[in-house]
Design a protein around this ligand. Structure first.
Ligand code: KG4
Ligand code: ZN
Length: 342
């Protein structure tokens, strides 16, 4: 086996609407991180259209991989292994990345490592925080997932809680659409909420009975829709910034409350956030404050590493690779892959 000091991973991510490739050395040093976003295309339809996403990935994938290698000033010969997201995600989108990775692995005779998308999001925290090592707790909040996870060791996870219905990002996107902000809603709510009053409207903070760490956001989304309808019926003008700020506060309160209850129960000394919604400025500030009060370390990736990207897949792929994980050419896209499953 090669020296453990110089493992260079070419990573590929196509699980949703970003075509991404990156080159990562030893799990934590990003040599390149190329993301071709399809946001402009899907904005026309108000959300991700799976068939269009797959076609766009096919169009872009080779170009993105070539650019990642060029920017890293490396070649396929110098790469140690190929890591690729094989689930969860949109099946047609995942298949493009998985097929490209298998083709390169075969042609360049390099090992292939399948990576779980959420493991990637969590591992984004390793890139800018060289001192971060497991065990720690991580809240993954994205367009498709809301998971409170214990990272017991590299590649070893225990899920404490998850959403029972909508993901946090999905709630942001749906509420944004309802108040006329368009897609993708998260960043737009984040921005306009800065001008609103988070105490203006008291939206519900849902609890899932019998499960302290699970989440539910569909009731909150309905409460926002009901509020908008009742304003319309009464002829009251809606203050969009107040709705955005109050909704965002309701989401943030629930996430922080559940996470800190877990910190108390399990005595975590390190807490991380990950996924697209982890870019949210109010969420970051609330977690920063809560972790400060508990006197525990708080970690969060830069926005470019929160959104879907391949550098995080390269970080996760490295730890899988040194553990001995290898995927054969039978590797398939698994749209509902569970964390910790192979
Ligand atoms: O991790 P990600 O890029 O893709 C998935 O794996 O789902 O997350 C995308 C989600 C979208 O729902 C988007 O609205 C949300 O992350 N998002 C945000 C912010 N930036 C992105 N939500 C709240 N505030 C933000 N600043
Ligand atoms: Zn994601």
């Amino acid at each position: 086996m090669e020296s453990i000091e110089n493992i260079v991973i070419l990573a590929i991510e196509t699980s949703c609407d970003e075509t991404a490739a990156a080159v990562v050395r030893n799990g934590r040093e990003v040599l390149s991180n190329v993301i071709s976003s399809q946001i402009d295309l899907h904005t026309l339809y108000g959300g991700v259209v799976p068939e269009l996403a797959s076609r766009k990935h096919i169009e872009k994938i080779n170009q993105v991989i070539t650019q990642a290698l060029n920017e890293a000033e490396t070649t396929l010969e110098e790469i140690t292994a190929i890591a690729v997201t094989y689930g969860p995600g949109l099946v047609g989108a995942l298949l493009v990345g998985v097929s490209a990775a298998k083709a390169i692995s075969f042609a360049a005779e390099k090992p292939l490592v399948g990576v779980h998308h959420i493991e990637g999001h969590i591992s984004a925290n390793f890139i800018e925080n060289k001192e971060l090592v497991p065990p720690f707790a991580c809240l993954v909040v994205s367009g498709g997932h809301t998971h409170l996870v214990v990272v017991e060791d590299y590649g070893k996870y225990k899920i404490l809680g998850r959403t029972r219905d909508d993901a946090a990002g999905e709630a942001f996107d749906k509420v944004a659409r309802a108040i006329g902000l368009g897609y993708p809603g998260g960043p737009k709510i984040d921005k306009i909420a800065k001008e609103g009053n988070p105490q203006a409207i008291l939206f519900p903070r849902a609890k899932v009975s019998g499960s302290a760490y699970d989440f539910s956001f569909s009731g909150l989304k309905s409460a926002v829709l009901n509020y908008l309808n009742s304003c319309e019926m009464k002829g009251i003008a809606v203050n969009t910034a107040d709705v955005a700020a109050s909704f965002q506060k309701a989401v943030t309160d629930v996430l922080v409350e559940h996470a800190m209850a877990a910190v108390d129960e399990y005595q975590f000394t390190k807490f991380a956030i990950a996924g697209g919604v982890a870019s949210n400025s109010a969420l970051r500030a609330a977690f920063q404050e809560a972790c400060h009060q508990k006197k525990i370390a708080f970690y969060y990736p830069s926005p470019i590493l929160c959104t879907d990207n391949a550098a995080m897949i390269g970080a996760a792929g490295y730890y899988e690779y040194i553990k001995g994980t290898r995927s054969g050419y039978h590797l398939n896209a698994v749209p509902n892959l569970k964390l910790g499953e192979r």
